[in-house]
Ligand binder design. Structure first.
Ligand SMILES: CC(=O)N[C@H]1[C@@H](OP(=O)(O)OP(=O)(O)OC[C@H]2O[C@@H](n3ccc(=O)[nH]c3=O)[C@H](O)[C@@H]2O)O[C@H](CO)[C@@H](O)[C@@H]1O[C@H](C)C(=O)N[C@@H](C)C(=O)N[C@H](CCC(=O)O)C(=O)O
Ligand SMILES: Nc1ncnc2c1ncn2[C@@H]1O[C@H](COP(=O)(O)OP(=O)(O)OP(=O)(O)O)[C@@H](O)[C@H]1O
Ligand SMILES: N[C@H](CCC[C@H](N)C(=O)O)C(=O)O
Ligand SMILES: [Mg+2]
Length: 500
């Protein structure tokens, strides 16, 4: 933002009394306000941002964007500082549009994907396809900005200021194509309303984030906002019709007049997944695009990755690429870090996989998806994060016990909670599924991985669920270095007597 100024009028904002002022930057947190800034005071989940207007003004804010409540809370201070006041009915959306205009540029071709599971995978495959087709492309989300430009991100869908700063940096670096993840928090809080989308994808819907959304219906409604509000009417929706909520999403999209590319295993889909054959290192896929049959090999583990690839291919086609060119590059796709990733192989041939399954549905999907690639027993390590949806914990334990031959319950990121209490909740689900005889509880995650690797016989596989690509374990306020794939290599090396 260095040195730039823009007037409220240039940012599409109308202040009370028709005033116009030049601003030098935007902040949503009063602690980040600098001289000449516009402070966006948002209604929060804990406190109204209006409470911080007085501090923002003292830090030099010259304009305040808020709702009627924020304006009421700080009426006297705004008056005293003679600040420009913009009252918006939907201040989060106004902030998103303002941030888009402030930073000015975004990659010319952008798509987004939502769904409970598979967003990072679809966004990553979309970027890989674009790069293979010769475009300068990135994916943005849980794993940061990756591809032809790289940067870390703290959130799956960053707040609009961070998002548009990042998109402008991508555009300045020559990025023309970007695939982003739309989290339900991000959609609910209008974080991506200023992004110009050509297409949007839906993977699936199951339980998660009930700590934030009041009900499952509210959670679904947040996801539907991608099609209902963010994707313009001339955009294309790519919908997984095999998910029970896929048809609902397609209807919402059609009601907006959007084109829909239907993906799924049922006959008559635009992109129809017809058959899959699995082996130790990947799968063969037979699919049809608008009736034309194709056969190809994907070096990816898990039947569901074919669904993610199909949605990614649909998004790339929806954004303007030639379908045949897209299908030609699919065999070049690579495993998404931390998603059904082969982390290590024992001397006896048994394999260790790492997967980011952290919802009940993902745990059961991941274990079941690994089965056809494995000849022997399947051992699963499972745990749940602290300070997140507590109702999913026993369901995750149950999912592991119902689908694996041996279960090790361990810690994920306990955050502020007592790790033993989280494990007990997961264990409750294991036991309710009758898994008491083939489950153990090992709190220390490194030890759990070592014990899992030690139990591997020829032809067996170990699936370490929950942390995927993560490089730290959050205990209290401290982040300890920890990476499941690395720990798997260390365990294999220690047990097989060779260097990792
Ligand atoms: C639950 C949630 O999404 N919270 C977001 C929300 O904060 P909030 O409504 O709780 O804010 P609050 O604490 O009540 O404060 C209200 C307002 O006062 C402001 N404030 C607060 C303190 C202060 O001193 N000065 C100040 O100005 C805050 O910036 C905020 O705008 O609005 C803030 C910005 O306005 C976000 O930074 C914050 O995201 C926090 C950091 C967060 O952790 N979000 C996570 C849960 C999240 O978004 N995750 C999703 C999903 C990941 C997944 O799919 O698994 C993601 O996209 O990453
Ligand atoms: N299409 C799918 N169907 C069911 N489960 C899936 C699918 N894709 C991925 N998963 C499971 O969900 C896990 C997370 O995948 P991914 O990171 O791609 O999802 P995400 O939606 O980005 O998750 P997050 O909300 O945490 O960012 C995977 O490790 C896998 O276990
Ligand atoms: N974005 C997800 C990631 C969960 C990953 C898991 N390792 C955990 O800590 O619960 C969340 O914050 O709910
Ligand atoms: Mg993600």
């Amino acid at each position: 933002m260095g040195g730039q100024t823009k007037t409220l009028a240039e940012l599409g904002l109308t202040a009370a009394g028709g005033r116009d002022v030049a601003i030098t930057g935007l902040a949503v947190d009063s602690r980040e306000v600098k001289e000449g800034y516009l402070f966006a005071a948002m209604p929060g989940s804990r406190v109204h941002g209006g409470e911080f207007i007085q501090y923002a003004l003292r830090m030099g804010a010259v304009a305040v964007l808020t709702d009627a409540e924020g304006a009421r809370i700080a009426a006297r201070e705004i008056d005293e500082h003679d600040a420009a006041l913009i009252v918006a009915e939907d201040p989060r959306q106004a902030l998103a549009y303002t941030a888009a205009l402030w930073f000015g540029a975004q990659p010319s071709t952008m798509v987004a994907v939502t769904g409970t599971n598979g967003k990072t995978s679809v966004a990553t495959f979309t970027r890989q396809i674009w790069i293979a087709l010769g475009y300068e492309a990135v994916n943005l989300g849980t794993t940061g900005v990756e591809g032809a430009y790289a940067a870390p991100l703290a959130h799956t869908t960053p707040d609009p200021i961070t998002l548009h700063r990042t998109l402008a940096q991508c555009a300045a670096a020559g990025i023309t194509h970007a695939a982003m993840e739309a989290s339900s928090h991000g959609l609910d809080q209008r974080r991506l309303d200023g992004v110009h989308l050509r297409a949007a994808g839906f993977t699936n819907f199951s339980q998660d984030h009930l700590d934030y959304h009041a009900t499952l219906d509210a959670y679904f409604a947040a996801k539907a906002e991608l099609f209902d509000r963010v994707l313009p009417e001339d955009g294309t929706a790519v919908i997984n019709m095999d998910d029970p909520r896929g048809p609902d999403m397609a209807r919402i999209s059609e009601d907006r007049g959007q084109q829909v590319i239907r993906v799924g295993r049922q006959p008559g889909m635009d992109l129809e997944l017809q058959a899959q054959r699995f082996d130790a290192t990947g799968q063969q896929l037979r699919f049809a695009w608008q009736g034309d049959v194709h056969l190809l090999r994907l070096p990816l583990i898990g039947g569901f990755q074919a669904e993610n690839v199909a949605i990614a291919a649909g998004l790339v086609i929806a954004a303007g690429a030639e379908p045949e060119a897209v299908f030609n590059v699919l065999p070049q796709l690579e495993t998404v870090p931390g998603r059904m990733q082969l982390a290590a192989t024992r001397g006896n041939g048994a394999a260790v996989f790492v997967d980011y399954a952290h919802t009940p549905d993902a745990v059961s999907t991941a274990i079941r998806a690994l089965r056809p690639h494995v000849m022997g027993r399947l051992i699963a390590i499972v745990g749940a994060g602290g300070d997140r949806d507590t109702t999913k914990r026993p369901l995750m334990g149950r999912a592991a016990a119902e689908n694996a031959d041996l279960v090790i319950v361990t810690d994920d990121n306990p955050r502020s909670e007592d790790p033993a209490a989280i494990r007990a909740a997961v264990m409750e689900g294991v036991i309710s599924a009758g898994g008491a005889d083939y489950a153990v509880e090992v709190g220390d995650r490194a030890e759990a991985i070592l014990r899992g690797v030690d139990a591997l016989q020829p032809g067996d596989a170990l699936l370490v669920c929950g942390k995927g690509h993560e490089t730290g374990q959050v205990v209290g306020d401290t982040v300890y270095p920890f990476n499941d794939a690395e720990q798997a290599s260390v365990a294999v090396a220690a047990l097989d007597g060779r260097m990792p």
